[in-house]
Design a protein around this ligand. Structure first.
Ligand SMILES: *[C@@H]1O[C@H](CO)[C@@H](O)[C@H](O)[C@H]1NC(C)=O
Ligand SMILES: *[C@@H]1O[C@H](CO)[C@@H](O)[C@H](O)[C@H]1NC(C)=O
Ligand SMILES: *[C@@H]1O[C@H](CO)[C@@H](O)[C@H](O)[C@H]1NC(C)=O
Ligand SMILES: *[C@@H]1O[C@H](CO)[C@@H](O)[C@H](O)[C@H]1NC(C)=O
Ligand SMILES: *[C@@H]1O[C@H](CO)[C@@H](O)[C@H](O)[C@H]1NC(C)=O
Ligand SMILES: *[C@@H]1O[C@H](CO)[C@@H](O)[C@H](O)[C@H]1NC(C)=O
Ligand SMILES: *[C@@H]1O[C@H](CO)[C@@H](O)[C@H](O)[C@H]1NC(C)=O
Ligand SMILES: *[C@@H]1O[C@H](CO)[C@@H](O)[C@H](O)[C@H]1NC(C)=O
Ligand SMILES: *[C@@H]1O[C@H](CO)[C@@H](O)[C@H](O)[C@H]1NC(C)=O
Length: 620
C-alpha cells in the first residue's frame, strides 16, 4: 500500500493549488492569483438535467408570519464599538467545516485512488478559496462505531455488511454495519492534500477490544500525516446504553475508563491527538469533562473538546418546528448556548471547542426546510452565533441520498446524469468563510451586535487591533413586498466614502434552487462550480462615517468596512478539478447510493432515540 500512496502525494503536493494553500494559508490576495488548469472542467453544465425540485408545500411547512407594525425592523443604526459586548476568542477562517458520515464517505469523496469525486473537490475548493485553506473535514458519525477495519481487500473501499433499514412507522434509518479498508485513508489523504484540509477521523469504541483498532489508527496516521487533525474515539457514547451496545447502567465513569483504555491502546504515547467526549443526549459535556474529571485525567491526550448537537431531533418524541423556528433569533441564541458552561471551562483551560456534528435537524432533516433557503440563513446565523460563543469549529453533517439536510448529494446509483444536487446550506459555508477570512494574517474575533429583533441579527468581525473590518447583516423576515427590508446604517473605516458589500439572495425562504451568493450560484444540479460573475454592490448613501445598506427580507449582506477588507473582497475564479478517465461513469454505475427510503421521518418517536433530548443523530 505504501507504493500506491507515495507517488500520489508527491504529485499532489506539487500542484499549484495545494502548495499555495500550504505555504500561506491566510493570504487571500495570493490565492486570487491562482491559475486554473489549462483544460476546463469536462463536465458541461448545460447538459446536466434532472427533475426540478419538488414545489414547496405550504400546508406541511407554512411560511413564517410576516412581521408587522413595531415587529418590523425598519431602520437601525449599528454600533461596532459597544464595550459591553465581549469579543469572541480568535476564530479561524476555516471555522465552518464539514462532517461526513463514514458509511457514505466513499460515495461523497471517491472510491478510487487518483479519482477523487470532482464535484466534491469543486464544492470544497469554493470554500477553500475564500477561507485561504480547505475546510476541516470530519469523517465519522454513528457508523464509525459499527465499522470494522479490514486490511484485506474487500472488493471495494467500503461496504455495508448489514443492510440499510428503516423504521416502518417513523422512517428513521437504522445504522448499518460497515467494513472499510485503508484505501479509504489514501483517498481521503488525496482529497485533503488537494484542498489543504485537515481531517478528524472517527474510531470505533463500541468494539472496545477490537484488535483492528491499533492497526487502523497507525495506517490512518501514515496515510494522512500532518493532515490528521484529531481522532474522535466513540460517537455519542451517552446513547450506548439506549442502543444496547452497553449495559443499561453504563455510566460516565465507565465511559471515561473505557476511553482511557482504548486511547492508550491505539496511541503508543500520551499523544495530544484526541477530541472528546462527543456526547449529544443523555449526558452533558460539562458532566463528563468537569464533574467527572475527564479533562483533568486525560489533559495530556485531549487536543480539543467535541460536542454533537442539533436544534431538534426528528427521531425524538419532541414536536418539530418548521421555517419559523429557524428564522428566530432567540431560538438561535438558545441553540448556540447549549453547552455554555463547558465552553467557558474550555476557554479557561485554553482547549479548543468543536461542535463536530450539527445541522438543522437530526435524522434526515425537515422536508421543505432543511432543503430550502431557510437552512442557508440558519447556517450563516448559527455558525456566527457559535463563533461569538467561543467555538473554534462547527461542522455541518452531510450524508447519503435520503438525507434532506445535506450540503450536497451525489447522484444515485441509477442516475443518468453525473450531476450532484446542491443543498441550500452549502452556501452558508461560502459566506462564513468570507466573513471570517483574515485581513491581517491573524484569526478574527466576532461580536453579536445584539440587534433588538427576533427576525434580524448583525455580527461584526474584528482584526487583532480591535478594528471592525466586516459586518454580516441577516434579515430573516420573509416578505417579498419590501415592507420588511432592513435599512441598516453601518459605520465605515476612517477616510472612506462608500461601502461595498455582497448579498446572499433568494426569492423566498422556501426557495430550493434560485439561491445566489454575490451573484453566483452552484445551480440545483451542479458540478460544484459557481456559475456567473461575482458581483460586489456599493452603497454611496453615506454621511459622517456611516453608510446605509438595504438587506432584503429574506437576505444576508456581508459588508466590507475597512480599506483592507474591501481590497480583499473579490475572490476571483475558483479552481476546477478534472475527473480522471472513466471515473464518473463508474461512480454512477457502481454506486448504490439510493437508499430506497420512502423519505421522511416523522416526529412519532423511534427505536433509536425516542427519549433523547433533541440531540442524537441516527442518519446514515
Ligand atoms: C455543452 O453542451 C451543449 C448542448 O449539448 C452544447 O451546445 C455546447 O456547445 C456545449 N458546450 C461546451 C463548452 O462544450
Ligand atoms: C402537503 O402537505 C400536507 C400536510 O402534510 C399533505 O396532506 C399534502 O398531501 C401535501 N401536498 C402535496 C401536494 O404533497
Ligand atoms: C407593539 O404594538 C402592539 C400593538 O400593535 C402593542 O400592543 C405593543 O405594546 C407594542 N410593543 C412595544 C414594545 O411597543
Ligand atoms: C488525476 O490524476 C492525476 C495524475 O495522477 C492527479 O494529479 C490528479 O489529482 C487526479 N485527479 C483527481 C480528481 O483525483
Ligand atoms: C451493570 O450491569 C451489568 C449487567 O447488565 C452488571 O454485570 C454490572 O455489575 C452492573 N454494573 C454496575 C456498576 O452496577
Ligand atoms: C422564538 O424562539 C423563542 C425561543 O425558543 C420562543 O420562545 C419564541 O416563542 C419564538 N418566537 C416566535 C415568534 O416563534
Ligand atoms: C468568550 O471568551 C472571551 C475571552 O475569554 C470572553 O471575554 C467572552 O465573554 C466569551 N464569550 C461568551 C459569549 O461567553
Ligand atoms: C427593543 O424593542 C422593543 C420594541 O420592539 C422596545 O420596547 C425595547 O425597549 C427595545 N430594547 C432595547 C434595548 O432597545
Ligand atoms: C442497488 O440498489 C437497488 C435498489 O435501491 C437494488 O435493486 C440493487 O440490487 C442494488 N445493487 C447492488 C449491486 O447492490
Amino acid at each position: 500500500m505504501e507504493t500506491l500512496r507515495m507517488p500520489v502525494i508527491l504529485v499532489l503536493v506539487a500542484t499549484i493549488f495545494s502548495s499555495m494553500l500550504l505555504s500561506n494559508p491566510f493570504s487571500l490576495a495570493q490565492i486570487t492569483t491562482y491559475v486554473p488548469p489549462a483544460t476546463p472542467t469536462s463536465l458541461n453544465s448545460s447538459v446536466i438535467q434532472g427533475p426540478p425540485p419538488a414545489p414547496p408545500n405550504e400546508t406541511a411547512q407554512p411560511l413564517p408570519p410576516v412581521p408587522s407594525g413595531n415587529e418590523s425592523i425598519g431602520s437601525t443604526t449599528l454600533d461596532t464599538s459597544q464595550p459591553s459586548i465581549f469579543f469572541s476568542i480568535p476564530v479561524p477562517s476555516t471555522f465552518l467545516g464539514v462532517s461526513i458520515e463514514l458509511s457514505v464517505a466513499d460515495e461523497i469523496i471517491g472510491r478510487e485512488l487518483d479519482n477523487v469525486n470532482v464535484a466534491f473537490l469543486n464544492y470544497m475548493a469554493a470554500v477553500a478559496m475564500r477561507a485561504g485553506a480547505g475546510p476541516v473535514i470530519r469523517i465519522g458519525g454513528n457508523t464509525q462505531d459499527t465499522a470494522v477495519y479490514n486490511n484485506t481487500p474487500v472488493g471495494s473501499v467500503l461496504r455495508k455488511t448489514t443492510p440499510h433499514g428503516y423504521d416502518p412507522v417513523t422512517g428513521a434509518p437504522y445504522t448499518p454495519r460497515i467494513e472499510f479498508n485503508e484505501l479509504l485513508f489514501d483517498i481521503v489523504a488525496d482529497a485533503a492534500d488537494m484542498l489543504g484540509s485537515e481531517i478528524i477521523f472517527g474510531v470505533n469504541m463500541v468494539d472496545l477490544d477490537a484488535d483492528f483498532s491499533p492497526r487502523m489508527v497507525s495506517d490512518l496516521a501514515d496515510a494522512l500525516g500532518d493532515r490528521l487533525l484529531m481522532l474522535l474515539v466513540g460517537n455519542e457514547p451517552d446513547r450506548y446504553s439506549k442502543t444496547g451496545v452497553r449495559s443499561a447502567n453504563f455510566s460516565i465513569p465507565d465511559y471515561i475508563d473505557e476511553w482511557g483504555q482504548l486511547t492508550s491502546r491505539i496511541s503508543s504515547k500520551n499523544e495530544k491527538i484526541f477530541v472528546a467526549p462527543s456526547v449529544c443526549c443523555a449526558w452533558t459535556t460539562n458532566q463528563v469533562m468537569t464533574e467527572n474529571g475527564m479533562q483533568e485525567r486525560y489533559a495530556e491526550r485531549i487536543k480539543a473538546i467535541s460536542a454533537i448537537k442539533y436544534p431538534q431531533s426528528l427521531c425524538s418524541v419532541k414536536p418539530t418546528y418548521g421555517h419559523a423556528g429557524y428564522l428566530n433569533q432567540s431560538a438561535i441564541v438558545e441553540f448556540a448556548s447549549y453547552d455554555q458552561d463547558a465552553v467557558a471551562a474550555a476557554v479557561a483551560a485554553q482547549v479548543p471547542y468543536y461542535l463536530v456534528e450539527t445541522n438543522s435537524a437530526s435524522c434526515i432533516g425537515v422536508a421543505g426546510v432543511a432543503d430550502s433557503f431557510t437552512s442557508t440563513i440558519w447556517g450563516v446565523n448559527a455558525a456566527l452565533q457559535l463563533a461569538f460563543r467561543n467555538h473554534t469549529g462547527v461542522l455541518f453533517h452531510t450524508s447519503g441520498q435520503s438525507t434532506l439536510y445535506n450540503l450536497f448529494t451525489p447522484p444515485a446509483h441509477d442516475s443518468k446524469t453525473r450531476a450532484w444536487i446542491t443543498g441550500p446550506i452549502m452556501y452558508s459555508l461560502l459566506v462564513v468563510a468570507e466573513a471570517l477570512a483574515s485581513t491581517d494574517g491573524e484569526n478574527a474575533r466576532v461580536k453579536d451586535l445584539g440587534v433588538n429583533s427576533t427576525t434580524a441579527a448583525a455580527y461584526a468581525v474584528y482584526d487583532t487591533k480591535g478594528e471592525a473590518v466586516k459586518m454580516v447583516l441577516i434579515n430573516m423576515a420573509n416578505d417579498p413586498s419590501g415592507n420588511n427590508d432592513w435599512e441598516a446604517t453601518v459605520p465605515i473605516g476612517q477616510g472612506r466614502t462608500s461601502l461595498r458589500y455582497k448579498s446572499l439572495s433568494a426569492p423566498s425562504v422556501q426557495e430550493k434552487e434560485k439561491i445566489s451568493w454575490a451573484g453566483q450560484s452552484f445551480g440545483y444540479y451542479s458540478d460544484g462550480i459557481l456559475q456567473g460573475e461575482e458581483s460586489i454592490e456599493e452603497s454611496n448613501d453615506c454621511q459622517r462615517g456611516s453608510c446605509r445598506v438595504r438587506i432584503k427580507a429574506p437576505g444576508v449582506v456581508l459588508a466590507f468596512l475597512s480599506e483592507l477588507a474591501d481590497s480583499k473582497a473579490s475572490v476571483g475564479g475558483a479552481p476546477k478539478f478534472e475527473s480522471n478517465g472513466t471515473s464518473d461513469a463508474s461512480v454512477v454505475l457502481s454506486s448504490n447510493g439510493s437508499r430506497g427510503n420512502k423519505g421522511g421521518a416523522t416526529s412519532k418517536g423511534s427505536i433509536n432515540s425516542a427519549t433523547s433530548n433533541g440531540g442524537g443523530d441516527v442518519s446514515l
